[in-house]
Design a protein around this ligand. Structure first.
Ligand code: ADP
Ligand code: GN1
Ligand code: MG
Length: 365
Protein backbone atom coordinates (compact mmCIF):
# COMPACT_ATOMS: atom_id res chain seq x y z
CA UNK A 1 0.00 0.00 0.00
CA UNK A 2 1.24 3.50 -0.76
CA UNK A 3 1.61 5.66 2.37
CA UNK A 4 -1.36 7.84 3.22
CA UNK A 5 -0.66 11.27 1.69
CA UNK A 6 -1.65 14.65 3.12
CA UNK A 7 -3.71 15.16 -0.01
CA UNK A 8 -5.74 11.97 0.74
CA UNK A 9 -6.25 13.08 4.33
CA UNK A 10 -7.55 16.47 3.20
CA UNK A 11 -9.89 14.83 0.70
CA UNK A 12 -11.33 12.39 3.17
CA UNK A 13 -11.84 15.08 5.81
CA UNK A 14 -13.60 17.18 3.18
CA UNK A 15 -15.82 14.26 2.22
CA UNK A 16 -16.93 13.56 5.79
CA UNK A 17 -17.26 17.17 6.89
CA UNK A 18 -17.23 16.07 10.55
CA UNK A 19 -18.75 18.49 13.04
CA UNK A 20 -16.47 20.28 15.51
CA UNK A 21 -12.87 21.45 15.29
CA UNK A 22 -10.30 18.81 14.47
CA UNK A 23 -7.72 18.79 17.26
CA UNK A 24 -5.64 15.81 16.11
CA UNK A 25 -5.44 12.99 13.59
CA UNK A 26 -2.89 10.34 14.54
CA UNK A 27 -2.13 6.71 13.59
CA UNK A 28 -3.87 4.46 16.11
CA UNK A 29 -3.83 0.88 17.41
CA UNK A 30 -1.69 -2.11 16.56
CA UNK A 31 -3.56 -3.73 13.67
CA UNK A 32 -1.38 -5.46 11.08
CA UNK A 33 -3.58 -4.65 8.07
CA UNK A 34 -5.44 -1.33 7.71
CA UNK A 35 -4.28 2.27 8.23
CA UNK A 36 -6.17 3.35 11.32
CA UNK A 37 -6.37 6.94 12.59
CA UNK A 38 -7.86 8.41 15.72
CA UNK A 39 -9.48 11.78 15.16
CA UNK A 40 -10.25 14.01 18.13
CA UNK A 41 -12.71 16.88 17.72
CA UNK A 42 -13.54 19.75 20.01
CA UNK A 43 -17.34 19.94 20.05
CA UNK A 44 -17.45 23.41 21.65
CA UNK A 45 -19.59 23.22 24.77
CA UNK A 46 -20.16 19.48 24.36
CA UNK A 47 -16.60 18.40 25.09
CA UNK A 48 -14.52 16.16 22.84
CA UNK A 49 -15.56 13.54 20.35
CA UNK A 50 -13.41 10.74 18.97
CA UNK A 51 -13.75 9.08 15.58
CA UNK A 52 -11.90 6.12 14.04
CA UNK A 53 -10.98 6.71 10.42
CA UNK A 54 -9.53 3.81 8.44
CA UNK A 55 -8.03 3.42 5.02
CA UNK A 56 -8.81 -0.14 3.97
CA UNK A 57 -5.82 -2.20 2.87
CA UNK A 58 -6.78 -2.88 -0.74
CA UNK A 59 -3.74 -5.10 -1.35
CA UNK A 60 -5.29 -7.49 1.19
CA UNK A 61 -8.97 -6.75 0.50
CA UNK A 62 -9.11 -6.60 -3.24
CA UNK A 63 -12.87 -6.13 -3.42
CA UNK A 64 -13.39 -3.28 -0.94
CA UNK A 65 -16.99 -2.67 -2.08
CA UNK A 66 -17.90 -6.25 -1.25
CA UNK A 67 -16.03 -5.94 2.03
CA UNK A 68 -18.12 -2.89 2.91
CA UNK A 69 -21.33 -4.69 1.89
CA UNK A 70 -20.46 -7.43 4.39
CA UNK A 71 -19.73 -4.94 7.14
CA UNK A 72 -22.89 -2.92 6.50
CA UNK A 73 -24.93 -6.15 6.49
CA UNK A 74 -23.41 -7.54 9.67
CA UNK A 75 -23.43 -4.30 11.69
CA UNK A 76 -27.04 -3.52 10.70
CA UNK A 77 -28.07 -7.04 11.73
CA UNK A 78 -26.20 -6.82 15.04
CA UNK A 79 -27.57 -3.34 15.82
CA UNK A 80 -31.11 -4.67 15.49
CA UNK A 81 -30.40 -7.71 17.68
CA UNK A 82 -28.73 -5.60 20.35
CA UNK A 83 -31.58 -3.07 20.39
CA UNK A 84 -34.19 -5.84 20.62
CA UNK A 85 -32.33 -7.20 23.64
CA UNK A 86 -32.42 -3.74 25.26
CA UNK A 87 -28.70 -3.10 24.72
CA UNK A 88 -26.84 0.02 23.54
CA UNK A 89 -25.99 -0.70 19.91
CA UNK A 90 -23.72 2.36 19.66
CA UNK A 91 -21.33 0.74 22.15
CA UNK A 92 -21.94 -2.97 21.62
CA UNK A 93 -21.21 -3.05 17.91
CA UNK A 94 -19.56 -0.84 15.30
CA UNK A 95 -21.44 2.09 13.78
CA UNK A 96 -20.32 3.46 10.44
CA UNK A 97 -20.45 7.24 10.04
CA UNK A 98 -21.73 8.43 6.63
CA UNK A 99 -19.93 10.97 4.46
CA UNK A 100 -21.58 14.36 3.89
CA UNK A 101 -23.06 12.80 0.74
CA UNK A 102 -24.60 9.94 2.75
CA UNK A 103 -22.20 7.19 1.62
CA UNK A 104 -20.83 4.67 4.11
CA UNK A 105 -17.35 4.75 2.60
CA UNK A 106 -15.31 7.17 0.51
CA UNK A 107 -12.92 6.61 -2.38
CA UNK A 108 -10.16 9.23 -2.69
CA UNK A 109 -8.60 10.33 -5.98
CA UNK A 110 -5.66 7.98 -5.42
CA UNK A 111 -8.06 5.05 -5.21
CA UNK A 112 -7.86 4.72 -1.41
CA UNK A 113 -11.00 3.36 0.29
CA UNK A 114 -11.92 5.01 3.58
CA UNK A 115 -14.50 4.41 6.27
CA UNK A 116 -15.26 6.07 9.59
CA UNK A 117 -16.57 4.46 12.77
CA UNK A 118 -17.94 5.98 15.94
CA UNK A 119 -15.29 5.50 18.62
CA UNK A 120 -16.49 3.03 21.25
CA UNK A 121 -16.69 5.27 24.30
CA UNK A 122 -15.65 4.48 27.90
CA UNK A 123 -13.92 1.33 26.81
CA UNK A 124 -10.45 -0.13 26.68
CA UNK A 125 -8.60 -2.42 24.26
CA UNK A 126 -5.80 -4.73 25.49
CA UNK A 127 -2.79 -6.03 23.61
CA UNK A 128 -2.04 -8.63 26.31
CA UNK A 129 -4.20 -10.49 28.81
CA UNK A 130 -3.79 -8.60 32.07
CA UNK A 131 -6.27 -10.59 34.13
CA UNK A 132 -7.63 -14.09 33.56
CA UNK A 133 -11.14 -12.70 34.05
CA UNK A 134 -10.74 -10.43 31.03
CA UNK A 135 -9.81 -13.36 28.86
CA UNK A 136 -12.88 -15.26 30.03
CA UNK A 137 -14.94 -12.17 29.18
CA UNK A 138 -13.46 -11.87 25.70
CA UNK A 139 -14.34 -15.51 25.06
CA UNK A 140 -17.87 -15.07 26.33
CA UNK A 141 -18.33 -12.07 24.03
CA UNK A 142 -17.02 -13.92 20.96
CA UNK A 143 -19.39 -16.75 21.90
CA UNK A 144 -22.33 -14.33 22.13
CA UNK A 145 -21.28 -12.87 18.75
CA UNK A 146 -21.56 -16.40 17.39
CA UNK A 147 -25.03 -16.79 18.85
CA UNK A 148 -26.16 -13.37 17.56
CA UNK A 149 -25.06 -14.28 14.03
CA UNK A 150 -26.38 -17.85 14.10
CA UNK A 151 -29.38 -16.86 11.94
CA UNK A 152 -27.49 -14.39 9.71
CA UNK A 153 -28.10 -15.21 6.02
CA UNK A 154 -24.75 -16.87 5.43
CA UNK A 155 -25.20 -17.08 1.64
CA UNK A 156 -25.39 -13.26 1.45
CA UNK A 157 -21.80 -12.89 2.72
CA UNK A 158 -19.03 -12.34 0.19
CA UNK A 159 -16.06 -14.61 0.83
CA UNK A 160 -13.76 -11.64 1.23
CA UNK A 161 -10.50 -13.58 1.23
CA UNK A 162 -11.08 -16.98 -0.32
CA UNK A 163 -9.48 -19.86 1.62
CA UNK A 164 -8.64 -17.51 4.48
CA UNK A 165 -8.40 -20.37 6.99
CA UNK A 166 -7.81 -23.16 4.48
CA UNK A 167 -4.55 -24.33 6.01
CA UNK A 168 -3.84 -26.63 3.08
CA UNK A 169 -3.94 -23.65 0.70
CA UNK A 170 -1.77 -21.66 3.15
CA UNK A 171 0.73 -24.52 2.99
CA UNK A 172 0.72 -24.45 -0.80
CA UNK A 173 1.30 -20.69 -0.71
CA UNK A 174 4.25 -21.29 1.62
CA UNK A 175 5.69 -23.92 -0.76
CA UNK A 176 5.35 -21.53 -3.70
CA UNK A 177 7.05 -18.71 -1.77
CA UNK A 178 9.84 -21.10 -0.80
CA UNK A 179 10.38 -22.23 -4.37
CA UNK A 180 10.41 -18.69 -5.73
CA UNK A 181 12.50 -17.34 -2.82
CA UNK A 182 12.33 -13.84 -4.30
CA UNK A 183 14.44 -12.27 -1.54
CA UNK A 184 16.99 -15.06 -1.20
CA UNK A 185 15.92 -15.53 2.44
CA UNK A 186 15.17 -19.28 2.33
CA UNK A 187 18.71 -20.30 3.22
CA UNK A 188 18.52 -18.26 6.43
CA UNK A 189 15.32 -19.91 7.71
CA UNK A 190 16.01 -23.62 7.36
CA UNK A 191 14.91 -24.43 10.90
CA UNK A 192 11.56 -22.64 10.40
CA UNK A 193 11.09 -24.43 7.06
CA UNK A 194 11.68 -27.75 8.85
CA UNK A 195 8.99 -26.87 11.40
CA UNK A 196 6.57 -25.86 8.67
CA UNK A 197 7.02 -29.23 6.98
CA UNK A 198 7.03 -31.25 10.21
CA UNK A 199 3.59 -30.03 11.29
CA UNK A 200 1.98 -30.12 7.83
CA UNK A 201 -0.33 -32.97 8.87
CA UNK A 202 -2.32 -30.33 10.81
CA UNK A 203 -3.64 -29.17 7.42
CA UNK A 204 -5.61 -32.38 7.15
CA UNK A 205 -7.69 -32.16 10.33
CA UNK A 206 -10.58 -29.92 9.36
CA UNK A 207 -11.28 -30.32 5.60
CA UNK A 208 -12.74 -33.86 5.89
CA UNK A 209 -14.88 -32.82 8.87
CA UNK A 210 -16.28 -29.92 6.85
CA UNK A 211 -16.82 -32.12 3.80
CA UNK A 212 -18.70 -34.77 5.82
CA UNK A 213 -20.85 -32.14 7.53
CA UNK A 214 -19.57 -33.21 10.95
CA UNK A 215 -18.59 -29.61 11.60
CA UNK A 216 -21.02 -26.92 10.34
CA UNK A 217 -19.86 -23.77 8.58
CA UNK A 218 -21.07 -20.79 10.58
CA UNK A 219 -20.78 -17.03 10.27
CA UNK A 220 -17.50 -16.62 12.12
CA UNK A 221 -15.25 -13.65 12.85
CA UNK A 222 -12.01 -15.34 11.77
CA UNK A 223 -9.66 -12.83 13.43
CA UNK A 224 -10.40 -13.12 17.15
CA UNK A 225 -7.27 -11.46 18.54
CA UNK A 226 -7.67 -9.82 21.91
CA UNK A 227 -7.04 -6.40 20.35
CA UNK A 228 -10.07 -6.83 18.13
CA UNK A 229 -12.47 -6.27 21.01
CA UNK A 230 -13.26 -3.61 23.58
CA UNK A 231 -13.96 -3.98 27.29
CA UNK A 232 -16.24 -1.71 29.27
CA UNK A 233 -14.18 0.66 31.42
CA UNK A 234 -16.49 0.45 34.41
CA UNK A 235 -17.56 -3.19 34.57
CA UNK A 236 -14.56 -4.82 32.86
CA UNK A 237 -17.05 -6.86 30.82
CA UNK A 238 -16.52 -7.65 27.15
CA UNK A 239 -18.31 -4.88 25.25
CA UNK A 240 -17.79 -4.68 21.49
CA UNK A 241 -16.27 -6.85 18.79
CA UNK A 242 -14.38 -4.88 16.16
CA UNK A 243 -12.42 -5.62 12.99
CA UNK A 244 -15.29 -7.22 11.10
CA UNK A 245 -13.34 -7.39 7.81
CA UNK A 246 -13.01 -11.16 7.87
CA UNK A 247 -16.54 -12.13 8.92
CA UNK A 248 -17.11 -15.07 6.60
CA UNK A 249 -18.29 -18.67 6.69
CA UNK A 250 -15.92 -20.60 8.97
CA UNK A 251 -15.62 -23.00 11.90
CA UNK A 252 -16.10 -22.30 15.59
CA UNK A 253 -12.72 -23.96 16.06
CA UNK A 254 -11.09 -21.18 14.00
CA UNK A 255 -12.50 -18.41 16.18
CA UNK A 256 -11.58 -20.29 19.33
CA UNK A 257 -8.13 -21.27 18.08
CA UNK A 258 -7.06 -17.86 16.85
CA UNK A 259 -7.98 -16.26 20.18
CA UNK A 260 -5.96 -18.88 22.08
CA UNK A 261 -3.00 -18.45 19.74
CA UNK A 262 -2.80 -14.76 20.56
CA UNK A 263 -4.15 -14.41 24.09
CA UNK A 264 -3.09 -17.62 25.87
CA UNK A 265 0.53 -17.25 24.79
CA UNK A 266 2.68 -16.32 27.81
CA UNK A 267 4.62 -13.95 25.51
CA UNK A 268 3.82 -11.44 22.79
CA UNK A 269 3.29 -12.48 19.19
CA UNK A 270 6.67 -10.98 18.29
CA UNK A 271 8.65 -11.96 21.40
CA UNK A 272 12.29 -12.66 20.48
CA UNK A 273 13.17 -14.65 23.62
CA UNK A 274 11.51 -17.94 22.77
CA UNK A 275 12.04 -19.32 26.29
CA UNK A 276 9.19 -17.00 27.30
CA UNK A 277 6.74 -18.47 24.80
CA UNK A 278 4.32 -21.14 26.04
CA UNK A 279 0.64 -21.95 26.33
CA UNK A 280 -0.83 -20.77 29.63
CA UNK A 281 -3.21 -23.58 30.53
CA UNK A 282 -5.05 -21.43 33.07
CA UNK A 283 -5.83 -18.93 30.35
CA UNK A 284 -6.74 -21.74 27.98
CA UNK A 285 -9.24 -23.10 30.47
CA UNK A 286 -10.73 -19.65 31.16
CA UNK A 287 -11.21 -19.01 27.44
CA UNK A 288 -12.72 -22.45 26.85
CA UNK A 289 -15.24 -21.87 29.64
CA UNK A 290 -16.15 -18.39 28.42
CA UNK A 291 -16.52 -19.50 24.80
CA UNK A 292 -18.68 -22.50 25.66
CA UNK A 293 -20.85 -20.32 27.89
CA UNK A 294 -21.16 -17.55 25.28
CA UNK A 295 -22.02 -19.90 22.41
CA UNK A 296 -24.58 -21.73 24.56
CA UNK A 297 -26.75 -24.19 22.68
CA UNK A 298 -25.34 -23.09 19.31
CA UNK A 299 -22.22 -25.22 19.87
CA UNK A 300 -22.53 -28.92 19.09
CA UNK A 301 -20.80 -31.64 21.09
CA UNK A 302 -18.45 -32.37 18.17
CA UNK A 303 -17.55 -28.68 17.82
CA UNK A 304 -16.70 -28.58 21.51
CA UNK A 305 -14.51 -31.69 21.24
CA UNK A 306 -12.48 -30.16 18.44
CA UNK A 307 -11.69 -26.79 20.03
CA UNK A 308 -8.15 -27.86 21.10
CA UNK A 309 -7.34 -28.87 17.53
CA UNK A 310 -8.50 -25.39 16.47
CA UNK A 311 -5.81 -23.87 18.69
CA UNK A 312 -3.06 -25.97 17.13
CA UNK A 313 -4.21 -25.47 13.55
CA UNK A 314 -4.64 -21.68 13.89
CA UNK A 315 -1.21 -21.31 15.53
CA UNK A 316 0.43 -23.41 12.82
CA UNK A 317 -1.39 -21.55 10.06
CA UNK A 318 -0.43 -18.14 11.42
CA UNK A 319 3.22 -19.25 11.71
CA UNK A 320 3.08 -20.40 8.09
CA UNK A 321 1.58 -17.09 7.01
CA UNK A 322 4.29 -15.06 8.77
CA UNK A 323 6.98 -17.28 7.24
CA UNK A 324 5.44 -17.01 3.77
CA UNK A 325 5.30 -13.23 4.07
CA UNK A 326 8.92 -13.15 5.23
CA UNK A 327 9.97 -15.22 2.20
CA UNK A 328 7.96 -12.95 -0.08
CA UNK A 329 9.57 -9.77 1.24
CA UNK A 330 6.98 -8.62 3.83
CA UNK A 331 4.24 -7.53 1.49
CA UNK A 332 1.18 -8.56 3.54
CA UNK A 333 1.51 -7.84 7.28
CA UNK A 334 2.69 -4.47 8.53
CA UNK A 335 6.19 -4.83 9.98
CA UNK A 336 8.35 -2.52 12.10
CA UNK A 337 11.79 -4.00 11.32
CA UNK A 338 13.27 -6.37 8.72
CA UNK A 339 12.93 -9.67 10.63
CA UNK A 340 9.60 -8.88 12.27
CA UNK A 341 7.66 -11.53 10.35
CA UNK A 342 10.38 -14.08 11.04
CA UNK A 343 10.23 -13.35 14.78
CA UNK A 344 6.46 -13.71 14.66
CA UNK A 345 6.79 -17.02 12.81
CA UNK A 346 9.21 -18.31 15.44
CA UNK A 347 6.88 -17.52 18.33
CA UNK A 348 4.02 -19.31 16.58
CA UNK A 349 6.07 -22.46 15.98
CA UNK A 350 7.43 -22.40 19.55
CA UNK A 351 3.92 -22.01 20.89
CA UNK A 352 2.73 -24.82 18.64
CA UNK A 353 5.38 -27.19 20.00
CA UNK A 354 4.25 -26.40 23.54
CA UNK A 355 0.59 -26.85 22.57
CA UNK A 356 1.38 -30.25 21.08
CA UNK A 357 2.83 -31.32 24.47
CA UNK A 358 -0.18 -29.91 26.30
CA UNK A 359 -2.85 -31.32 24.00
CA UNK A 360 -3.99 -34.00 26.51
CA UNK A 361 -4.44 -31.29 29.16
CA UNK A 362 -6.31 -29.06 26.71
CA UNK A 363 -8.62 -31.94 25.83
CA UNK A 364 -9.28 -32.69 29.49
CA UNK A 365 -11.02 -29.33 30.08
P1 ADP B 1 -6.70 -3.93 11.54
O1 ADP B 1 -7.51 -4.68 10.54
O2 ADP B 1 -5.55 -3.22 10.94
O3 ADP B 1 -6.32 -4.82 12.67
P2 ADP B 1 -8.74 -2.82 13.30
O4 ADP B 1 -10.09 -2.61 12.71
O5 ADP B 1 -8.57 -3.99 14.17
O6 ADP B 1 -7.66 -2.79 12.10
O7 ADP B 1 -8.37 -1.49 14.09
C1 ADP B 1 -7.10 -1.32 14.70
C2 ADP B 1 -7.25 -0.89 16.14
O8 ADP B 1 -8.00 0.33 16.20
C3 ADP B 1 -8.04 -1.87 17.03
O9 ADP B 1 -7.19 -2.88 17.56
C4 ADP B 1 -8.57 -0.93 18.09
O10 ADP B 1 -7.59 -0.66 19.07
C5 ADP B 1 -8.83 0.37 17.34
N1 ADP B 1 -10.25 0.53 16.90
C6 ADP B 1 -10.80 0.12 15.72
N2 ADP B 1 -12.08 0.46 15.64
C7 ADP B 1 -12.40 1.12 16.78
C8 ADP B 1 -13.60 1.75 17.31
N3 ADP B 1 -14.73 1.79 16.62
N4 ADP B 1 -13.52 2.32 18.55
C9 ADP B 1 -12.36 2.31 19.24
N5 ADP B 1 -11.21 1.74 18.81
C10 ADP B 1 -11.22 1.15 17.60
C1 GN1 C 1 -4.04 -9.74 11.09
O1 GN1 C 1 -5.82 -7.17 11.22
P1 GN1 C 1 -5.28 -7.81 12.45
O2 GN1 C 1 -4.01 -7.23 12.92
O3 GN1 C 1 -6.39 -7.80 13.52
C2 GN1 C 1 -4.62 -10.77 10.14
C3 GN1 C 1 -5.01 -12.02 10.93
C4 GN1 C 1 -3.78 -12.58 11.65
C5 GN1 C 1 -3.20 -11.50 12.53
C6 GN1 C 1 -1.92 -11.96 13.18
C7 GN1 C 1 -7.08 -9.77 7.49
O4 GN1 C 1 -5.02 -9.35 12.04
O5 GN1 C 1 -5.51 -13.01 10.06
O6 GN1 C 1 -4.13 -13.71 12.41
O7 GN1 C 1 -2.92 -10.30 11.79
N1 GN1 C 1 -5.76 -10.22 9.44
C8 GN1 C 1 -5.90 -10.40 8.12
O8 GN1 C 1 -1.61 -11.11 14.23
O9 GN1 C 1 -5.12 -11.08 7.45
MG1 MG D 1 -7.43 -5.78 14.10
Amino acid sequence: MIPVSDQSKREVLDAYRFHGTLLSMNPYGNGHINDTFLLVFDMYRMGRLKVILQRINTDVFQKPQELMENIIGVTTFLQKKIQEAGGDSSRETLTLIPTAGGELFYVDTQGGYWRAYQFITDSVCYERVEKTGYFFESARLFGIFQRQLSDYPIASLHEIIPDFHNTQVRYEQFQKALKEDVCGRAQTVSSEIRDAIAYANLCEIFPPLIASGELPLRVTHNDTKLNNLMFDNQSGKGLCIMDLDTVMPGLLAYDFGDAIRFGANTAAEDETDLSRVSLDLRLYEAYAKGFVEGCGSVMTERERELLPEGALVMTYECGLRFLTDYLQGDTYFKTSYPTHNLDRCRTQFALLADMADKLPAMRSF
